[in-house]
Design a protein around this ligand. Structure first.
Ligand code: CA
Length: 233
């Protein structure tokens, strides 16, 4: 297996050096940037497999960088882990809505960080290798990171895309909100279960144009089920 390339975007030298040292030792190829501007130059130069982005950066916020990377075609599939000292629930949700794949709160141990990195890389690698999936009118093309419906491309946010991809790979099964959080957001992310409802609503809204929202069914008292048979439960 090739070495995964990790870009560290962190302005505080001791923190950046500590992370770089440990990632090197764990066998990763490491690149470093001290602010958003230099991160952009490094990414354009040599696209990494994963970016660690500190929340507080001198020229702009790490959240803004995350959002921008997820918006742009060339970088929208980049795996991103945000580093932050802010532990409030609200900021965690903001980070994930901005498209970060995971979230690590300072202070963290090198061991914890590396296990999070490996988990995110496994998830993003697993998604890339998936074959195109067709369910009813919907066709998910993981290689192109696109959702097609009756020849049109549907626009989905990064979280809705992951959610739909999970549903399409696991049809006809009922999942609780907690199981959905574990599978789509990752086990180490502490967010409220109602966040699942928010993203399910957004997904339904996106699918509604083509009448495919009926595939995403609410199972009262249990959770959600993706059923191409398509009658609302
Ligand atoms: Ca900082």
């Amino acid at each position: 297996m090739n070495k995964s390339k990790i870009l560290i975007v962190e302005d505080e030298p001791p923190v950046r050096q500590m992370i770089a040292f440990n990632l090197h030792r764990a066998g990763f190829e490491v690149d470093e940037a001290v602010d958003v501007a230099s991160a952009r130059v490094r990414i354009a130069d040599n696209v990494p497999d994963l970016v660690l982005i500190d929340w507080m950066l001198p020229d702009s916020s790490g959240l803004e960088l995350t959002r921008a990377l997820k918006r742009e075609e060339a970088t929208k599939d980049l795996a991103i882990i945000m580093l932050t000292a802010r532990a409030e629930e609200r900021s965690k949700i903001l980070g994930l809505d901005g498209g970060a794949d995971d979230y690590v709160i300072k202070p963290f141990s090198a061991r914890e960080l590396i296990s999070r990195i490996n988990a995110v890389l496994r998830r993003s690698g697993a998604m890339e290798s998936e074959q195109a999936l067709a369910v009813g009118e919907l066709e998910l093309r993981p290689d192109e990171h696109r959702l097609m419906c009756g020849g049109d491309e549907l626009q989905l946010g990064p979280t809705e895309y992951k959610l739909l991809s999970f549903f399409m790979r696991n049809p006809e099964r009922v999942y609780s909100r907690e199981q959905i959080l574990d599978n789509v957001w990752g086990r180490n992310v502490y967010i409220e279960e109602r966040t699942v409802d928010v993203h399910v609503q957004r997904l339904r809204k996106a699918l509604q144009v083509h009448g495919a929202d009926k595939y995403v069914q609410t199972v009262r008292g249990a959770g959600y089920r993706f059923s191409p048979a398509g009658s609302r439960g």
